[in-house]
Design a protein around this ligand. Structure first.
Ligand SMILES: *[C@@H]1O[C@H](CO)[C@@H](O)[C@H](O)[C@H]1NC(C)=O
Ligand SMILES: *[C@@H]1O[C@H](CO)[C@@H](O)[C@H](O)[C@H]1NC(C)=O
Ligand SMILES: *[C@@H]1O[C@H](CO)[C@@H](O)[C@H](O)[C@H]1NC(C)=O
Ligand SMILES: *[C@@H]1O[C@H](CO)[C@@H](O)[C@H](O)[C@H]1NC(C)=O
Ligand SMILES: *[C@@H]1O[C@H](CO)[C@@H](O)[C@H](O)[C@H]1NC(C)=O
Length: 674
């Protein structure tokens, strides 16, 4: 066995692992043989995880093996809940979890890395090992995942100038390599062959969906992964089952897998895989248990029976399956991504995904349907599934307006504005996420309504317009891009620009933010801007505005403004969901923790998930809301014990017609025990 690094825990037996972490009851069950150990510890020299081309399966320590896995993203789950979610995945019968590593979550500025707190990926991996789960790691560098810019760092903010993924601009490759040199050495001692629990590592992600189709890029990555992880680890790719995607996303030396959901024809999808991998295990790396939500569209929901039926069909073929997602979680702060299909489509704060474990980590009907299917193929661990955690309806909480955003620019942008004749992007000012204010003055009198507007695709993504500090309306990417205004020469004009999340999928991933073109008045470009990059989260994390002196705010004024309030928890800090009755759109912080965006006016998400771990017991919880458009006259929040959506669209109950039995011979003549 390779000598473990100081922070790395070598792989102990399951009972020992559980006992060490205080799960004595489970450990006793294991020791008494009442709970099936997920896998037995082999002698280190025998630890192997390989492809078996003859029997179309994996071989683990020499024995035929297939995995039943589920996706979980540590960045979308509060760290105090990691163990709970992983234990529930283990108790669902999964042997394995599949995990993305979002590059931009860790390398926050070029060469500046954060592996603390919720970003402590090694602590997360330690937990998976302690609970007896295997891991399929997906370190990108591009991860898609509906994550802000697919995990890549925005161009310009980074001298290495994305887009990401890329077709070999040398500066980009250098940035990728320096990241991999930081990340992969943390991974190597955790590989299965080294005594750890990581059985395979994905290189890139759905690269075949990116237009570049650059084998040189994939080959470069393959070289870097091999150099940093060694020759034994199983490396693979994942693509959708289209011919073009499989042609451009696969490479000799990387085992090809596909991804498809319960709506796909299993025979056709695995048939497509067989055309690039004629032998070896069939793998669906992303079997979709549900789907993501966009603002303004219905909440996605996929029938449990349908998902279970498709899973059973694939397991009958001996396939290895990862369910995407098994637990979706939450896009806290600014981490939600976006898609572009005819128009820009930002993803909601909730990443519930209609997954088997809900956003709050509770088992659903879908989880039990899946567990029943799994039990037909392999023994389930003994032990009850923990019930849903209690939620608490803390009820109504009154807020009061603290200040209009334009009146606190000195706090939010302490270094003052940047002067520029014409607008600059977020990227040019190294403001990766959040908000910037663009300030200028009307250059002439405008007695009659004039058109204030921007060229198409240049408001990225929403612009809240104030004239003489009075809110005029909102300009929106691919939506309303003009307003009518009147005023006098010298009147102040401010536009608060909001980044709603960078595109995470497809050909166009370099998605610049801010005012990308000139704002014009009756087609004449406005100039002489003062641009304020806002560090709102820095201020709120430091206790602002609660800790600051009260401001005399203009109570009746609408437009971007901060509101504050407090509430107390009775005894225990339970999870809760907060509704924004009569509010429009904005962000919520509790005790400095950014819980993400609400957008009651657009839906479908009507509540934000508040994990109990951000709440305090015995002292007031400080609420801060940034409302961007219009708060209700009496600003109240309502804390509920369940989430609300204002529209849900069910996907398929015609499950039985759609999924047909697939004869096992279709994909190779010998299935053996796989
Ligand atoms: C949710 O409700 C709001 C307010 O009634 C409405 O404007 C919006 O279109 C709804 N959203 C969806 C996705 O139905
Ligand atoms: C994609 O990028 C190109 C070049 O950057 C741009 O011209 C085009 O408008 C973009 N398309 C979309 C759909 O964003
Ligand atoms: C803004 O207008 C100026 C002057 O017409 C022009 O030089 C500049 O290129 C424009 N900027 C953009 C982003 O279109
Ligand atoms: C809440 O704000 C008060 C000031 O009003 C401050 O003293 C207290 O430390 C804050 N509490 C938390 C948990 O941030
Ligand atoms: C799936 O595809 C196969 C091959 O194209 C076809 O024979 C079969 O009828 C399809 N099954 C369903 C349920 O559509």
């Amino acid at each position: 066995m390779v000598v473990a690094t100081s922070s790395f825990v070598p792989y102990p037996g399951p009972a020992e692992r559980l006992a060490r972490k205080g799960l004595q009851a489970l450990a006793l069950l294991l020791a008494a043989g009442l709970l099936s150990a997920p896998f037995l510890q082999a002698s280190p020299s025998a630890r192997s995880f390989q492809l078996d081309y003859e029997h179309n399966c994996f071989r683990k320590d020499g024995a035929p093996f297939r995995y039943i896995s589920g996706s979980i993203h540590y960045a979308r789950v509060p760290r105090p809940a990691w163990r709970d979610r992983l234990l529930k995945m283990y108790l669902s019968g999964l042997s394995t979890v599949q995990v993305y590593v979002p590059w931009n979550y860790h390398e926050t500025l070029p060469g500046v890395y954060d592996f603390t707190g919720n970003r402590d990926v090694e602590a997360f991996l330690d937990l998976t090992a302690e609970l007896g789960l295997l891991v399929i790691l997906r370190p990108g560098p591009y991860i898609c995942a509906e994550w802000e810019m697919a995990g890549c760092r925005p161009a310009g903010v980074d001298a290495a100038a994305s887009p990401c993924p890329a077709s070999v601009p040398p500066a980009y490759l250098a940035a990728v390599d320096s990241w991999l040199h930081v990340l992969l050495p943390k991974i190597r001692p955790r590989l299965y062959q080294q005594g750890g629990n990581i059985i395979s590592v994905q290189v890139e992600n759905e690269y075949g969906s990116y237009y570049a189709c650059d084998y040189g890029y994939l080959r470069h990555l393959l070289g870097s992964f091999r150099a940093l992880l060694g020759s034994e680890v199983l490396l693979f790719t994942t693509d959708s089952a289209g011919a073009q995607e499989l042609r451009c996303g696969t490479l000799q030396g990387l085992y090809a897998t596909v991804d498809f959901g319960p709506g796909s024809n299993v025979t056709e999808a695995f048939g497509a895989l067989r055309r690039v991998e004629p032998k070896g295990p069939l793998v669906n790396s992303e079997y979709y248990t549900g789907w993501l939500d966009y603002w303004g569209e219905a909440h996605a929901s996929t029938s449990a029976a349908w998902v279970a039926r498709g899973l059973e069909d694939m397991l009958q073929l001996g396939a290895s399956i990862n369910m995407y997602m098994f637990h979706g979680g939450t896009n806290f702060a600014y981490w939600s991504g976006a898609d572009y299909k005819d128009q820009y489509k930002p993803v909601t704060t909730s990443y519930d995904y209609d997954a088997p474990l809900s956003e709050a980590g509770d088992p659903t009907e879908k989880l039990f349907a899946i567990r029943t299917v799994i039990s037909k193929f392999q023994p389930l661990p003994v032990g009850p599934m923990p019930p849903a955690t209690p939620k608490y309806a803390y009820g109504w909480v009154a807020l009061r307006k603290y200040a209009d955003l334009l009146d606190v620019l000195d706090v939010l942008c302490p270094s003052g504005p940047i002067q520029s004749q014409f607008p600059l992007t977020f990227e040019a000012l190294k403001q990766a996420y959040g908000f910037m204010v663009y300030h200028t003055q009307l250059p002439w009198d405008v007695p009659d309504p004039a058109t204030l507007g921007a060229p198409p695709h240049s408001i990225c993504d929403r612009g809240y317009v104030m004239l003489q500090k009075e809110y005029q309306g909102t300009l929106e990417r691919d939506g309303q891009t003009t307003l009518h205004v009147t005023g006098r020469g010298g009147d102040t004009l401010d536009i608060l620009l909001e980044n709603m999340g960078r595109i995470s999928f497809g050909a166009n991933t370099s998605d610049f933010k801010g005012l990308l073109g000139n704002l014009s008045l009756n087609s004449r470009p406005l100039s002489n801007w003062q641009i304020y990059p806002l560090a709102i989260d820095t201020a709120v994390q430091q206790g602002w505005p609660q800790a600051a002196l009260p401001k005399s705010s203009s109570a009746g004024r609408v437009g971007p403004a901060f509101y504050t309030g407090t509430f107390e928890t009775p005894g225990i800090a339970w999870d809760t969901f907060v509704k924004f009755p009569g509010w429009s759109k904005g962000l919520l912080w509790i005790n400095g923790f950014n819980l993400g965006r609400y957008w009651s006016r657009r839906g479908p998400q009507q509540t934000l998930f508040v994990p109990g771990s951000v709440l305090h017991v015995g002292r007031p919880n400080n609420i801060t809301v940034l409302e961007l458009e219009e708060a209700p006259p009496s600003p109240l929040l309502l804390f509920l014990d369940q989430p609300l959506y204002n529209r849900t669209l069910g996907r398929s109950t015609m499950a039985t017609e759609k999924v047909a039995q697939v004869p096992a011979q279709t994909f190779g003549d010998r299935w053996g025990p796989c």
